[in-house]
Design a protein around this ligand. Structure first.
Ligand SMILES: NC(=O)C1=CN([C@@H]2O[C@H](COP(=O)(O)OP(=O)(O)OC[C@H]3O[C@@H](n4cnc5c(N)ncnc54)[C@H](O)[C@@H]3O)[C@@H](O)[C@H]2O)C=CC1
Ligand SMILES: O=C(O)[C@H]1O[C@H](OP(=O)(O)OP(=O)(O)OC[C@H]2O[C@@H](n3ccc(=O)[nH]c3=O)[C@H](O)[C@@H]2O)[C@H](O)[C@@H](O)[C@@H]1O
Length: 464
């Protein structure tokens, strides 16, 4: 029986390893984390992550060939293959602060493996890391390995998107496995290929060298984010000219060379990775003395910040240049629908700007807790503190509650339950101050129908 250990029971480690257990009943999968509360939640009926389809996968295999534990050492000792799936956030201080990836968690996990392993292991870099991180991991492992133990390193970046993680893992576009181009490297690579090809067609499991694999992950996220910033840049032109961004996206997306995906204009991309990974690429380019390349990728993030700011300015301008003491209903706080994750959500920036304008923000999100919202809005650097939040933010239990008495409602996350066929917009209109404004930051509403009800509607990428 093959034993797999995954270090890091987060958004990636949890779902990706659970799917391996689900697909390969003869493989033992143990997911470990230092965070006791997180592991307790994985072992409970209330999993720590909201992800469609995740409960079914976990509940089907937990206690059979899928285990969650804080006993990191034992899981390392027992494992043949070890996924390192720990967080790699942007560094907050020191060299490269605000741009480079913080590799401290990777290094701690790697050193732990070296310290406690008693047999040879294949160590798999699952976290998103700067190009050539595998080299540092290998150096640490080799310098600390004794007793003739062998460590082989693979790069196997993850491409799942939150909200569709289980679907993405069950039927991925591709799986990447990078290895050192040596006989031992190829042998290690084959072990992982043998796992994935149990449920993924062979031609979708792509093998390559370690450095290409590491860089491909950063490149894929940078290219995806670049498309969003491109369409968002065009949305500004649309608003100024009368062109309609949905029509422009459709016209461009039907060109098979461009393709239709990731061309939805929005309040700006969020999520834990796009910004982090682009900044990582920017830092790498700077380190390689490629300032033009760094500036090129940096512009994707700059455009995203601009989009969030532009949208807030539009709200303030439309509400007669002041939102002071006005009630603004914000629908959605997660960075996208079908997840409770708020990391880098555009909602945080928007909310903070509105509070600074002294608005009263009434927030509703179906999957984000009040505690999380408060934590996000009081993080250092966000621009608002606890007193601001207590004074200016109300967390509501429904969209109707948030909108009651509001001057404006703002769609920030594209949850299905905010769509026209799910919410009674006439009821909302009747409960709001007049004139009643709608700001659609996700292009999910039918503006002409809302206008028939009596709303004044402003939509990203469309002029009135
Ligand atoms: N969130 C996402 O959708 C995606 C994330 N990624 C990448 O995957 C990596 C992990 O991301 P997430 O799962 O979102 O992070 P996360 O923060 O949700 O989970 C990481 C977990 O690792 C644990 N951890 C840290 N150091 C540890 C150690 N030494 N021993 C045991 N546990 C330790 C933490 O306690 C935490 O629970 C990052 O590099 C990220 O860039 C890649 C694709 C998608
Ligand atoms: O490395 C990662 O963490 C992951 O990052 C993204 O996944 P994720 O951030 O979960 O979600 P996306 O669907 O990519 O959305 C990211 C942000 O872009 C926004 N977006 C997306 C698509 C679009 O057309 N327009 C748009 O504004 C979303 O609302 C969201 O705020 C990538 O899609 C995954 O392939 C990758 O594995």
């Amino acid at each position: 029986m093959v034993n797999i250990c995954c270090i890091g029971a987060g958004y990636v480690g949890g779902p990706s390893s659970a799917v391996i257990a689900y697909q390969c009943h003869d493989v033992n999968v143990t997911i470990v984390d230092l965070n006791q509360a997180r592991i307790d939640a994985w072992n409970s009926d209330n999993l720590p992550i909201y992800e469609p389809g995740l409960d079914e996968v976990v509940f089907a295999r937990r206690g059979k060939n899928l285990f969650f534990s804080t006993d990191v050492d034992q899981a390392i000792i027992d494992a043949d293959l070890i996924f390192v799936s720990v967080n790699t956030p942007t560094k907050k201080s020191g060299m490269g602060a605000g741009m480079a990836a913080d590799l401290a968690y990777i290094e701690t996990a790697t050193r732990r493996i070296a310290q406690v392993a008693t047999t040879s292991k294949v160590v798999i870099e699952k976290s998103t890391v700067p190009c050539r991180t595998a080299e540092s991991m290998r150096t640490i492992l080799e310098a600390n390995s004794t007793k003739g133990i062998r460590f082989d390193i693979l790069s196997n970046p993850e491409f799942l998107a939150e909200g569709t993680a289980i679907k993405d893992l069950q039927k991925p576009d591709r799986v990447l496995i990078g290895c050192l181009q040596t006989p031992e490297g190829f042998a290690a690579q084959q072990k992982l290929v043998d796992i994935y090809t149990r449920w993924i067609p062979k031609e979708r499991v792509i093998t390559m060298n370690l450095w290409s694999s590491e860089l491909s992950k950063l490149a894929a996220n940078a290219l995806l984010a670049q498309r969003i910033s491109s369409i968002n840049a065009l949305s500004a032109i649309c608003e100024a000219t009368g062109a309609d961004v949905d029509e422009v996206a459709y016209a461009c997306g039907t060109d098979s060379r461009i393709g239709p995906k990731f061309l939805k204009a929005s309040v700006g991309f969020g999520g834990s990775c796009f910004q982090k990974d682009i900044l990582n690429l920017v830092y790498l380019s700077e380190q390689l003395y490629l300032p033009e390349v760094a500036a090129y990728w940096k512009a994707v993030v700059t455009m995203n910040e601009y989009q969030k700011m532009r949208f807030t300015h539009r709200i303030v301008r439309t509400l007669f240049n002041t939102v002071t003491h006005k009630r603004i209903a914000m629908l959605g706080f997660a960075f996208k629908k079908d997840t409770g994750d708020t990391r880098e959500s555009a909602a945080i920036t928007l909310c903070s700007y509105l509070i600074q304008e002294r608005a009263h923000v009434a927030l509703y999100d179906p999957k984000v807790s009040a505690k999380q919202i408060k934590m996000d809005l009081t993080e250092p650097g966000v621009g608002t503190n606890e007193a601001d939040v207590d004074k200016h933010v109300q967390i509501c239990n429904s969209a109707y509650e948030a909108c009651a008495g509001a001057d404006a409602l703002v769609i920030v996350t594209e949850w299905d339950e905010f769509k026209m066929n799910q919410l009674d917009y006439k009821r909302i209109f009747d409960s709001m101050q007049k004139p009643a404004f709608v700001f659609d930051g996700r292009l999910i509403l039918d503006a002409p129908k809302l206008r028939e009800i009596g709303f004044r509607v402003e939509t990203i990428g469309k002029s009135v």
